[in-house]
Design a protein around this ligand. Structure first.
Ligand code: GP9
Ligand code: MN
Length: 622
């Protein structure tokens, strides 16, 4: 066929090519779970509807402008898809506007970026190339419709959109109201409409602060008072055990619980942490969940410092760094502690410099405080061993007691390590990420062991307690196939939720009653727990978490996507599982999760309201 015999108008060609391309990308390049034929139909329908919506506007334009408009919109659309795919490969998530404005983070991601590029990505731009080519030929593929034709073409847009909304509503009622899960949104309305939705959310949440007044905070205060154990358990064994001691808090990058006791070819990944877990001077929580969302490390910091939930979109450290908080460093400053953070990355990454200042840290030792050379850095920067070693002098100079947070970096995606520094084999699976994961984990385990020794050598160890926590997952569900191979069981939504467990260990030199605790706890509980250990009364605080040692602790841990874990159940992907067996409850028993589910939604909502409305500005902490 001769190209000039093409009879289809260019805007229709663009619609078909772009629509089908987008479907193929959703279906085969993203990892969206398609559970039934209806979802499959919607997945095919929505890209065509969106493509038509965008390209049919061109019928109102002059031929020359039509060509220009179509060329550039196909290219822009392809680019949006491409950027989302790259982001998805790293985070199994879609871009939101707040994330987009974390520009300096994106710049620092360049190292990971190349690993995230795949050769087949050129396919995403194939339709743009074709449209571009056709629009530059001498034969004219633009349309000149009479007014009625234009109106008819536009009317089709609305029909398609309505069709999409109806299908989505049948498949997932109240999709927009319950939109915790971006994947559901993208599957149902497509990535482009999703971005429009996200922009609307952005405007709405901005307005929320302006219209907030003090009235909401008292309702939340009442809820929290009813829910949480009111008084500090002053008789509890560990109450005040850390009083006047230094607290060294180590946020261990990307460390997941499954690393404990794991082996590759007979070599333990985390021999040091395994040994600590067994020793009586350490309390280890084996059912401790991270609760982070798009803000990753910064979300984990936010949760620990405030015992509030992170936001569902963006990183609070960026979006609400100017809010009023009642954070851990500020409380500890008032108790006479010197407070500091050590992290060998850009001070502005995750907007830390601004947020740390706001929440009361006395000192922030960022990359500038360290000697970073080609020999001691790779991947994301200064390696953990050098990081700890160089921190010791600063630590010695601090006034005691101090509260110091260390954030490690080496065990970060893409988990790169020079060969001579790897003391364990790579795993062997189809995921390079999982394969490499054990090597950097072992490296960090060694770095922690050295750090303990350095603290002893510096005479700091005896007077300190050392808390270690994994910040969030390192292996996203993108690697489920390899993960299933490693675990020897299929990673279903239940297992996926259990994989969100990260280490949490409290090491108390000289203590003899430690051991492994199996209570369900999470990052939200860290602040009240630390205050308990330090003997600081947190009665007047507003926290969504509880002291982990309290008998009256709330019985659920909410994850940011609305999933939750209780002693009995795990609720995720709209299914209630028996936590002990991992089996979904039978039809009819599903309601077992319902009351907790309502509470979880309520609680996440309250926490969001505090942040969006900056409600602590109306509250007097005692
Ligand atoms: C960056 C480091 C890693 O400074 O904390 O951040 P992450 O990508 O894990 O959020
Ligand atoms: Mn992290």
């Amino acid at each position: 066929m001769q190209l000039r015999n093409i009879r289809m108008p260019l805007f229709m060609i663009a619609t078909v090519l772009f629509g089908i391309k987008t479907y193929v990308v959703y279906r085969f390049m993203f990892d969206l779970s398609i559970e039934n034929p209806m979802q499959e139909l919607i997945l095919l329908f929505n890209p065509i509807a969106s493509a038509y919506l965008i390209f049919a506007i061109s019928v109102w334009m002059k031929p020359k402008n039509q060509r220009k408009y179509l060329r550039w919109t196909v290219l822009l659309g392809s680019f949006i898809l491409f950027v989302n795919l790259i982001f998805y490969r790293n985070f199994t998530d879609f871009i939101t506007i707040p994330v987009l404005f974390q520009g300096n983070n994106a710049a620092d991601l360049t190292g990971s970026f190349l690993t995230l590029l795949h050769i087949e990505d050129v396919f995403i731009f194939a339709d743009a190339a074709i449209v571009w080519y056709l629009s530059r030929q001498r034969f004219d593929l633009t349309v000149k419709l009479p007014k009625r034709g234009k109106i008819a073409a536009t009317a089709v847009t609305f029909l398609l959109l309505a069709g999409n909304v109806v299908l989505a509503e049948i498949e997932r009622p109240m999709l927009f109201v319950r939109a915790f899960d971006r994947e559901y949104l993208v599957k149902n309305i497509g990535i482009f409409n999703y971005h429009v939705y996200d922009a609307t959310m952005q405007t709405k949440t901005r307005a929320q602060r302006v219209f907030a007044d003090g009235s909401e905070i008292s309702e939340i205060e009442t809820y929290l008072q009813e829910k949480s154990p009111d008084e500090a358990d002053k008789d509890a064994e560990l109450y005040g055990i850390a009083e006047d001691k230094n607290v060294i808090f180590v946020s261990v990058e990307s460390f997941q619980h499954f690393l404990y006791d794991s082996e590759i070819n007979g070599v333990e990944t985390t021999p040091f942490l395994n040994e600590l877990k067994e020793s009586s001077d350490t309390v280890t929580f084996e059912n401790f969940y991270h609760q982070t969302a798009q803000g990753k490390t910064s979300d984990s910091e936010f949760i620990v410092e405030n015992s509030l939930y992170p936001l569902g979109r963006g990183a609070v450290y960026f979006t609400h760094a100017g809010n009023e908080y009642h954070a851990l460093p500020e409380i500890l400053n008032n108790e006479g502690y010197e407070t500091s953070v050590f992290h060998a990355n850009n001070g502005s990454f995750w907007n830390r410099d601004v947020m740390y200042d706001n929440i009361g840290y006395d000192e922030f030792h960022d990359e500038q405080s360290f000697e970073v050379t080609p020999e001691n850095s790779f991947g994301w920067g200064l390696e953990d061993k050098a990081f700890f070693e160089q921190s010791i002098d600063y630590l010695k100079d601090q006034e005691q007691p101090f509260y110091s947070k260390f954030i490690t970096l080496t065990h970060h995606f893409p988990f790169e390590l020079p060969e001579e520094k790897a003391h364990i084999d790579k795993y062997d699976s189809n995921s390079n990420t999982l394969n490499a994961y054990f090597q950097t984990a072992k490296y960090t385990d060694e770095a922690l062991e050295q750090f303990f020794q350095q603290l002893k050598d510096a005479d700091l160890y005896e007077d300190s307690i050392i808390v270690m926590m994994g910040d969030h997952y390192g292996i996203s569900d993108f690697h489920n196939k390899a993960m299933s191979q490693f675990l020897g069981e299929e990673v279903d939504p239940f297992v996926q939720t259990q994989l969100q467990r990260v280490p949490f260990m409290i090491h108390i030199p000289g203590y003899e009653n430690g051991g492994v605790e199996d209570k369900v706890v999470g990052q939200i509980d860290v602040k009240p727990t630390l205050l308990h250990l330090l003997g600081v009364d947190s009665g007047g605080d507003m926290t969504f978490g509880d002291n982990m040692f309290s008998e009256k602790k709330k019985d659920f841990i909410a994850l940011r996507d609305g999933s939750f874990v209780t002693e009995e159940y795990v609720y995720t992907s709209e299914t209630c599982y028996d936590r002990k067996t991992g089996e979904p409850l039978e039809e009819g028993l599903m309601e077992a999760c319902e009351p907790v589910k309502q509470e979880v939604d309520q609680e996440l909502n309250y926490s969001d309201n505090i942040i969006y409305g900056d409600l602590f500005r109306f509250y007097d902490f005692k």
